[in-house]
Ligand binder design. Structure first.
Ligand code: HEC
Length: 112
């Protein structure tokens, strides 16, 4: 291996190390700003708005298992409607695809 390759590899690992927590910090901030009013800071859905809208408890493994990653992403981007009523608005125009994935990954961390 050449020295240049070694340097490139160590730069890459530094970027990976620094990148992960920063991305998660963004998701946490996005969640706190846009989602916690219903889904609560701990994912329980135990807020005034969350109870009204019918947000489920994401700490519950059964609830987590009830939707796939694809369904979760769809909900974030397109919103949730039940019986013709909007329960959760679409965030597709507010968050990028990458951010939607990070938000979903963040929601998955609530599982106990
Ligand atoms: C106005 C209240 C409200 C807000 C704000 C809100 N949600 Fe929801 N969300 C709901 C309700 C109600 C449901 C349907 C019941 C459930 O799964 O909790 C839901 C469902 C979901 C689901 C699961 C979809 C499924 O297939 O069951 C995900 C994932 C989700 N929301 C993520 C988010 C994210 C991320 C944000 C912020 C960008 C957000 N929600 C903001 C009310 C809200």
């Amino acid at each position: 291996m050449t020295n240049t390759m070694k340097l490139q590899m160590s730069l890459l690992s530094i970027a990976l190390l620094l990148g992960t927590p920063a991305a998660f910090g963004d998701a946490a901030a996005l969640y706190a700003k846009n989602c916690a009013s219903c889904h609560a800071k701990d994912g329980s859905g135990d807020t005034k708005m969350g109870k009204k809208a019918g947000a489920r408890d994401y700490r519950d493994a059964t609830v987590q298992a009830s939707f796939s990653d694809a369904e979760g992403l769809k909900a974030i981007k397109e919103g949730v409607t039940k019986d013709g009523k909007e329960k959760m608005k679409a965030y597709g125009s507010k968050v990028s695809d990458a951010e939607a994935k990070e938000l979903l990954a963040y929601i998955r961390t609530f599982k106990k």
